[in-house]
Design a protein around this ligand. Structure first.
Ligand code: SF4
Length: 464
C-alpha cells in the first residue's frame, strides 16, 4: 500500500555500480541500497534493485523500462570510474541521485565529473531519500547537495540517524543469491549481512569508521535484540557478517541477543567485530559461542606500546596478551587487524607484528596500510609528523618508508605469519569451532571435483 497520495516516482532503480576490472566481491549483498529501497516503500510505485556485478547491462534495463529515478551508491574509490561512465549513459530526463561514503567525501569532484548527477546525498540516506520521494522543496532537505542554475547548492548536513528497529534491508528485491565464492565457483555457503548497531563510542585516533566522511562523530545507536532476531528469521543464509563497527558495546544487549537466538532455535554462524575488552565477560563469551558468534574480528593495530598509546587504542601489549589468554578459553576463530606503517614505527617495529600475532594465537590477520581520508582527524597528526605524506589514494607513507617499501614490509609480515604451523592451526580451528560442518566439507569437495578444479590442479602439478 502506498503511504502517500502523491506519487512522484513510479519506477525506481537502485543500482550497485560495477564495471569490468574493479574488485567484484560478489559475496557481498548490497545492504546499503536495500536499506534505501526499504525506506522508499510506500512512497514510490516500484523499486528494482540491479547489482551490476551480476547484471552488467544497465542500458538495456533502462531502455526497456519507463524508469524515472535512479539511485546509485558510490562507496569506494574503485567505484568512481564506473560511476562516471555509467551515469553518463543515463538519459537526462531520468533523475539521478548518488549517495555513499565516497560520494559524501568527494561531492564537488563527482558533480564535476558526472554532469548527469542531479543530487548527492551526504551521509545516511534513509531519511533523505524519503524527503526527496515526498517531493519536499530541495532547499528544505538536509544533507543534500544539488545543482541549481549553473552552480552547486550544499544544504546543511543532517544529524546522523539512530538505527530504526522497523526498517530492515529489503532482501525480497534480490535478483541473485549471495554465496561464498572461490574464483566464481559457488562453495555451497549462503552469505548475508546484518546491521545491529551503528557507530562506536571509542575514539581511536586513526579510525574514520565511527565518523561519517564529513567528520561528524556518530553516536553509537543500536537496534533492540527482538528486532535483530525478527530480521534473522527472514534470512536464509547460514553465514552472517554483522557489519557493525563494534558489536559489543552494551553487554546486556549482547546477552539478550544470544538468549533470543538460542531460544528461537536459530542456527547460523556469525562473524562480528568487537574490542578485546570483551575478555572481561567470560560468561557472555561462552553464550556468544553457543548462539553461533564463532568468528571474532578484533583490532590490535600495532605490536608497539608507543603506537597504541598515540592512537589511543585503550590497551597496551601486556593487556592484549592477558585479554587473548581469556578469550582463547572459548574456541573462537579469531581474526586480528593490524596497521602497517603507523606513524613513528621503524621497519623492525613493523616486522614485529608477525611474532606478536603468533604470540596472541590469532588465526588469520589483516594487514592494512595506514590510510586517511579528506576529513579524518588523523590528518592533524600527519601534518605534525615530520617527513610523513599522503599518497593520491590516501595512504600514509614517509620519506624513510616509501609506499613500495611499506608494501614489501607487509608482504614479509604476511609470509612470516602464514607459515605451515599457522596454516595447520587455521585448518584445525575451522573444524574444531564448527565453522563448517562435515556435510559442507563433503559438498565443497564434490563441487571442486565436479568443476574439475582439483583434477586440473593435480594435472598441472604433475606437469611440473
Ligand atoms: S574501537 Fe574500533 S570502531 Fe571503535 S573507534 Fe576504535 S577502531 Fe574505530
Amino acid at each position: 500500500m502506498l503511504a502517500t497520495d502523491k506519487i512522484l516516482y513510479k519506477n525506481v532503480l537502485c543500482v550497485y555500480l560495477h564495471q569490468k576490472g574493479a574488485p567484484e566481491k560478489k559475496y557481498c549483498p548490497p545492504i546499503g541500497l536495500e536499506y534505501i529501497a526499504a525506506a522508499l516503500k510506500g512512497l514510490v510505485e516500484k523499486v528494482t534493485l540491479i547489482d551490476m556485478r551480476f547484471e552488467p547491462d544497465l542500458d538495456i534495463f533502462i531502455k526497456n523500462n519507463p524508469v524515472d529515478l535512479v539511485c546509485l551508491s558510490v562507496c569506494w574509490d574503485y567505484q568512481r570510474e564506473a560511476a562516471i561512465n555509467i551515469i553518463a549513459r543515463i538519459p537526462s530526463n531520468i533523475k539521478v541521485i548518488v549517495g555513499g561514503r565516497y560520494a559524501t567525501t568527494y561531492v564537488e569532484e563527482l558533480f564535476a565529473a558526472a554532469p548527469n548527477i542531479d543530487i548527492i546525498v551526504r551521509g545516511d540516506g534513509e531519511e533523505t531519500i524519503r524527503d526527496i520521494a515526498l517531493d519536499l522543496p530541495l532547499i528544505d532537505i538536509l544533507g543534500i547537495s544539488y545543482r541549481k542554475d549553473s552552480g552547486i547548492i550544499h544544504n546543511k548536513s543532517r544529524g546522523l540517524i539512530l538505527l530504526d528497529d522497523k526498517i530492515y534491508p529489503d532482501r525480497k528485491l534480490r535478483r541473485v543469491n549471495y554465496r561464498l565464492l572461490y574464483k566464481n565457483i559457488d562453495l555451497g555457503l549462503g552469505i548475508d549481512f546484518i546491521s545491529t548497531s551503528r557507530g562506536c563510542p571509542y575514539n581511536c585516533r586513526f579510525c574514520s569508521f565511527t565518523n561519517n566522511p564529513l567528520g561528524q562523530k556518530r553516536v553509537w545507536s543500536a537496534r533492540s535484540a527482538r528486532s535483530i532476531v525478527e530480521e534473522l528469521k527472514t534470512i536464509d543464509a547460514e553465514f552472517i557478517f554483522v557489519v557493525d563497527d563494534n558489536f559489543a558495546v552494551d553487554m546486556n544487549r549482547v546477552e539478550e541477543i544470544c538468549d533470543l537466538i538460542i531460544a528461537e532455535g536459530i542456527k547460523k554462524t556469525f562473524a562480528v567485530a568487537l574490542r578485546l575488552d570483551i575478555y572481561k565477560y567470560p560468561q557472555i563469551l561462552r553464550k556468544m559461542f553457543a548462539a553461533g558468534f564463532k568468528i571474532l574480528s578484533i583490532g590490535i593495530e600495532s605490536a608497539q606500546d608507543k603506537t597504541l598509546k598515540v592512537i589511543e587504542k585503550g590497551f597496551d601489549i601486556s593487556l592484549a596478551i592477558k585479554a587473548f589468554t581469556e578469550i582463547h578459553k572459548v574456541n573462537f576463530y579469531i581474526h586480528g587487524y593490524f596497521i602497517v606503517g603507523c606513524i613513528g614505527e621503524s621497519e623492525l617495529e613493523m616486522l614485529a607484528i608477525a611474532p606478536f600475532a603468533k604470540k596472541l594465537r590469532l588465526d588469520t590477520i589483516s594487514l592494512s596500510l595506514l590510510r586517511t581520508e579528506k576529513y579524518s582527524p588523523l590528518n592533524e597528526i600527519i601534518a605534525k609528523s615530520k617527513g610523513y605524506h599522503v599518497s593520491d589514494n590516501d595512504i600514509v607513507y614517509s620519506e624513510d618508508c616509501s609506499l613500495e617499501r611499506l608494501k614489501s614490509i607487509r608482504h614479509r609480515i604476511s609470509k612470516s605469519y602464514y607459515d605451515f604451523s599457522t596454516m595447520l592451526r587455521i585448518g584445525k580451528k575451522i573444524f574444531s569451532a564448527h565453522l563448517i560442518t562435515p556435510q559442507h566439507l563433503a559438498r565443497l569437495i564434490s563441487i571442486l571435483l565436479f568443476r574439475g578444479v582439483i583434477s586440473r590442479h593435480f594435472s598441472s602439478c604433475n606437469r611440473k
